[in-house]
Design a protein around this ligand. Structure first.
Ligand SMILES: [Zn+2]
Length: 266
């Protein structure tokens, strides 16, 4: 290979690489989405005030069985303030042995579901959420990150059904770097596990910055409930994001994914 061909090849490779990169709005270098699962009290009491103090909004994936009547006004008010409510199914079915089994006599394990059952349940939860936030469209997060019902992967049928536009899965913990190759039915996410430290999460944010990518973190309890991350560690992450707001877009799941979906069309 002569020198000119080699240079042309290198130029092409660098241009192709640049085209695949997501171009974020307002000169930002990365986007971070903070998501919170299972509709927990600590998310309303601790997370929302921490986020709102910095002007951020989060995405809260609720499942029907956990939402008490008395909580509904608070969730409705949170949605009114700009937080996103997402669909996490009605009964949170997971594969047998993943979580404590429900006290119900009905089988709530994913092995007992068909794809059709799962889609019906997600449709019902959409109606439930519509009654709370008045929104017709909701994003979805797979309970336990598992997308197999009755032995069949329901991620593609779910996206094709049009019930939801974007699904947060457990297909890896990596930063999303390329809009065109992103599978919107299984969007990767980093779980903030019990006792996880802000510094570990900040490393992931830094990785998103380095790659000009999208990072999505999922929390459960913060300063309470279960799978708990310390409130001070969550605050430290929020402070870091606020200190870098000139280069990081902190948005809700659907807002950021709407933007990425537009980029994928270009
Ligand atoms: Zn969950």
């Amino acid at each position: 290979m002569n020198k000119t061909v080699l240079i042309l090849l290198l130029v092409c490779l660098s241009v192709c690489g640049a085209q695949a990169q997501i171009s974020w709005p307002d000169g930002k270098k990365a986007a971070i989405v903070l998501t919170y699962d299972d509709g927990l009290k600590s998310q309303r009491d601790i997370v929302m005030p921490q986020l709102e103090a910095k002007g951020f909004r989060g995405t809260f994936f609720l499942y029907g069985q956990v939402v008490k009547d008395s909580d509904i006004p608070e969730w409705r008010e949170a949605a009114r303030r700009g937080h996103e409510l997402g669909n996490h199914s009605l009964f949170h079915p997971c594969l047998a042995g993943t979580v404590e089994t429900s006290s119900s006599s009905l089988c709530r394990s994913l092995e007992c579901y068909s794809v059709k059952d799962m889609l019906t349940e997600i449709g019902m939860m959409n109606s439930f959420l519509y009654a709370i936030d008045g929104k017709k469209e909701h994003a979805y997060a797979y309970p336990c990150g598992q997308s197999v019902a009755g032995g069949e992967d329901y991620s593609r049928p779910l996206l094709d059904s049009g019930l939801v536009k974007y699904c947060r899965g457990a297909a890896g913990r990596h930063v999303v770097e390329d809009a065109k190759t992103l599978n919107f039915a299984l969007i990767p996410t980093l779980p903030a596990l019990t006792g996880c430290k802000a510094d570990d999460l900040i490393k992931y944010v830094q990785d998103a910055l380095d790659k000009h990518g999208l990072g999505i973190i999922v929390f459960h309890g913060v300063g309470g409930d279960y799978l708990t991350v310390d409130a001070a560690e969550h605050q430290k992450l929020v402070d870091f994001l606020a200190a870098h707001s000139d280069e990081i877009w902190v948005g809700t799941f659907s807002d950021v994914l709407d933007y990425v979906a537009e980029q994928a069309k270009k």
